[in-house]
Every structure is written in C-alpha cells, then in structure tokens.
Ligand binder design. Structure first.
Ligand code: HEC
Ligand code: HEC
Length: 377
C-alpha cells in the first residue's frame, strides 16, 4: 500500500490546475470534485475538461463493493484476455442515450462521445473458491470526450465503497491463494497515466480502446446467455454489424477444443502484444508484427533476427526458431521477469505459466528451420 498517500497528493496538485480549481474538500476529507457531469441518477461522464477525482461521480455502479453495474451499464468479457498477474477483471461499458457504436471488421468499434469503458482489477481471496470473495485493487476508465479518449485509474483504499483518481499510479502489496492452494504475493503495479498511453495508443500514438474489437467481443456476455455482439445490436448500441455468420472470432486461448493451436497462440499474441507490435504501434521499430492478419512468418518472428542487440535476446538469434522454444527470443521474453527483458514490458511482474505452455507448444509445432549463419547478437 505504500505510495498511496503520495499518489493522492499528486492528484490534488494536478487537478488543481484544471478547469474548476476548487480547493478544500468534503467534510470526510475526500478531495473536492473538479469534473462536470450531467445531473441525474444514471451513469454519466464529462465530455470535456478534467476527469473526476472520485469513481462514484460517474454513477456506474449500483453497488461498488459488489461491482454490480447501474442501469445503462453492460458487462462484457473477451474470448481471450490480457494476462495481468493473475488478477480477476470485470469489464463494463456505458453508451450514452442516443449514442451508438459503429461496427468495424478489424479495429476497435468506434464509440460515441460520452462512452465509458470500465475495467476493475481484483485478486480472488482463493482462486479455487470464488465464493471466498475478492479484494478490489483499481478500476480503470477510458472516457470518450469531445477531443478523444481520456484514460485514468482509480484505486480503492481500505474500504471498497469508492475509489480515487491515481494519476501517478500506485504499488499495492497483495496476497492470494493460487490454483495450487499455495499462498502467492505480488507487489501489484497500478500504471500511471503515461503508461496507459504506452499500450492504448495502438496506432499512430492516438489513445483508444483495445478490447472492443468484434473478434474479441464475439462470445456470451458474462452473467448472461446471449452473445455480447447480439445483445448490443438488440439494445440499439451497435450499428453496422453484418450477419452473425460473418462475425470474426478470436479463439479461447486455453480451450483445446477451440480451433487450431496456431489460432489460439496467434489470438493470445493479438490481445497481449499486438497493440504495440503492429506496423503503426509503439514497438514498430522492432519489426515484429504480432497482429493476427499478418501472414508472413518472418514478420511475426519466424527466423527474424532482432533489430538491436542487447539483454532482450539472451544470446538467442531469432524471435522464433521453429521446433526450438528454448532458442526463441519470444519465449525467453515471456518467461523473463527482469524489467528490461520481459514482454510485455508493462503490466506484468509474474510469468503466465499456462499461456507460456501454449506458446511453447505452438513454437514446437511450427515447420521449417532457420539459417544458422546469422550472427549471434
Ligand atoms: C500492458 C499494456 C496496458 C497498459 C499499461 C494499460 N492497458 Fe488498458 N488494456 C490493455 C489491453 C490489451 C486491454 C484489452 C484486453 C483486456 O481487457 O484483457 C485493455 C483494456 C482496458 C480497458 C477496457 C476497454 C478496452 O480498451 O479494452 C480499460 C478501461 C483500460 N484498459 C484502461 C486502462 C487505463 C486507464 C490504463 C492506465 C492506468 C491502462 N488501461 C493501462 C493494455 C494495457
Ligand atoms: C508496451 C508495448 C509493448 C508490448 C505490449 C509488447 N512489446 Fe515486445 N517490444 C516492445 C518494444 C518497444 C520492443 C523493442 C525494444 C526491446 O527489444 O525491448 C519490443 C521487442 C520485442 C521483441 C524483440 C523483437 C526483435 O526482433 O527485436 C520480442 C520477441 C517481443 N517484443 C515480444 C513481445 C511479446 C511476445 C509481447 C506480448 C506478450 C510483447 N512483446 C508485448 C514493446 C512492447
């Protein structure tokens, strides 16, 4: 929990430079709100100016500790998610009255001003027993304003009733019982606002959503029985969708019965890596393109030498050596925890043992051999 006081102090300082530089605060010591949100009962977001200091100001939840969404807020999940140190994640979307999301075959769906995307991170008390409860860590928001998307994290204090803006991020010491019954710990890192942009600026340094792509959303809604895309079409929230038979779908990474091993591995790399590793992303200079539509094996790493020598290759010659996961830089970096080696470089302290097993099996099954003449970096 260290750094929490520091983070809040920074928020006040930053927010005081915003549009409504009100000082002081509530009687209970909470910082005064600086954002402008339409009055009423339902969910709402500012469409310009600063983000709110308190999560409760957006009126997203009927019950914050239980993470029960308010009317007008829909839960969603992805077929294959981003791994974040074994946290559980709860995702929600609010589309304002009269607004509509526009279908796209490949990119994130376009969303109207006033949309709020919500992702809460929590550790289960005991991963083997969901009924044992969970500890809320943070709720991240992406808010669609007049001039584009704004990102922010809100951290929970000792009580889960509300969360406060954490511009500078946070470090939270955590403990849970893992799948194997063992106690695990993690110094969980809440990203700062600049780090949000490192991942969320998928193309040309413009911040935006990453998960709301038709292929990731093509699954049953959590807590429901209906397909999410069908649900959003029925609500009038999603326009331009083709016939359901034409909807693309990312396979479920850990379901052996879902499509091919190649599809599951490439789908996992899509969600976990391609927001940086694409020709217009933050990792474009690496030349490694992990988007699922890339069909040239060299572009997605097979026998691809690193662009720059350094600790990141661990003495290996190629991102992927078919049949040889131990010789593949990509696997080496998935299994690394050192900050200058691990991939992704943000958002992970722990190794995702289960997905590494899938990626190892994929590399082992890839055909071909690499020329051995390439110099070791
Ligand atoms: C390591 C890269 C990374 C960082 C850092 C990161 N995100 Fe994300 N975020 C993702 C990915 C990938 C998804 C979609 C996959 C998922 O939800 O499992 C996502 C999903 C989300 C969502 C749900 C809507 C969507 O785009 O899918 C929100 C809201 C969000 N992030 C907010 C934030 C905020 C706010 C920050 C900074 C405090 C942040 N994220 C930092 C990678 C990142
Ligand atoms: C936040 C952006 C970001 C994310 C997310 C990310 N990477 Fe990277 N990656 C980079 C950058 C920047 C480089 C180039 C610098 C370096 O090698 O560290 C790189 C380099 C690499 C390289 C070396 C490529 C070469 O040929 O030089 C590999 C392999 C790699 N990443 C794999 C992955 C994998 C696998 C994932 C997903 C699990 C991933 N990365 C997620 C930013 C990212």
């Amino acid at each position: 929990m260290e750094a929490r006081g520091f983070a809040i102090a920074t928020v006040v300082a930053v927010a005081a430079g915003g549009a409504l530089a009100g000082c002081g605060g509530d009687d209970d010591g909470a910082p005064a709100e600086v954002c402008v949100v339409a009055p009423g009962d339902g969910p709402a977001a500012p469409t310009s100016g600063p983000l709110c200091r308190r999560l409760s100001t957006y009126r997203l939840f009927a019950d914050v500790p239980g993470q029960v969404p308010a009317a007008g807020v829909e839960p969603f999940d992805l077929t294959t998610p981003l791994f974040s140190d074994y946290t559980d994640k709860l995702r929600f979307v609010h589309v304002p009255a009269g607004g509509v999301m526009q279908w796209h075959d490949v990119d994130s769906l376009a969303m109207p001003v006033g949309t709020i995307l919500v992702k809460t991170f929590a550790y289960a008390v005991d991963r083997r027993q969901p009924a044992a409860g969970r500890r809320l860590l943070e709720t991240r928001l992406l808010v669609r304003m007049d001039d584009g998307w704004k990102a922010a994290a809100y951290t929970y204090g000792d009580d889960d009733g509300d969360a406060e803006l954490a511009i500078a991020g946070d470090l939270i010491d955590t403990e849970w019982i893992h799948d194997d019954g063992q106690v695990r710990t993690n110094r969980y890192a809440v990203p700062n606002v600049n780090q949000c942009a490192n991942c969320h600026a998928e193309h040309d340094e413009v911040v935006g959503p990453l998960g709301p792509k038709a292929r990731h959303w093509n699954r049953v809604q959590p807590g429901g029985s209906e397909n999410q895309l069908a649900r959003f079409v029925a609500l009038g929230w999603l326009a331009g969708a083709p016939d359901a038979a034409a909807w693309p779908r990312t396979p479920v990474w850990d379901d052996d019965g879902d499509g091919t091993l190649d599809g599951r591995a490439r789908g996992w790399l899509d969600v976990n890596c391609a927001h940086c590793h694409n020709p217009r992303g933050a990792a474009r200079t690496s030349g490694l393109d992990l988007t699922p539509t890339q069909t040239d094996p060299v572009q997605y790493g097979v026998c691809k030498p690193p662009v720059a020598a350094g600790a990141g290759s661990g003495g290996r010659r190629y991102s992927i050596v078919p049949g040889q996961p131990d010789e593949s830089i990509l696997i080496y970096r998935l299994e690394a925890t050192a900050p200058d080696v691990r991939m992704p470089e943000l958002g992970r302290n722990l190794v995702h043992v289960e997905s590494v097993a899938v990626l190892r099996a994929w590399v082992t099954a890839l055909p071909g051999t690499c020329a051995t003449a390439a110099p070791a970096p």
